[in-house]
Design a protein around this ligand. Sequence first.
Ligand code: FES
Length: 113
Amino acid sequence: NFVGEAMNRVVFIDPEGQRRPVDVPDGWTLLEAAIQNGVPGILGECGGSASCATCHVYLDETTAGQIEAPSDLEQALLSQAPAHLEAGRSRLSCQVTVSDRLTGCVVMVPDIQ
Ligand code: FES
């Protein structure tokens, strides 16, 4: 387990609309959190190296506005993702690192990657 590590509660909403609250240690990416907790709908085909765009998620607007904006590379990949792009909310989950700023974040998983 993660004794001694700070945990942050994040709520994934899977493509079926089911809420999946998970506790995520500081420093994990949202992709790692989804995979380790069996959240369906995120593929992460490139293993988190920002080269596939199959880890697209939508953050709630408040959280998205509180963290560092996506890089140009991330933005370019997002524009190739099959689910529609939501400006300000769409992120590659492998590029979002969890910290206390993500506590309470709602992460919606699109129904296509
Ligand atoms: Fe490939 Fe995120 S896992 S871009």
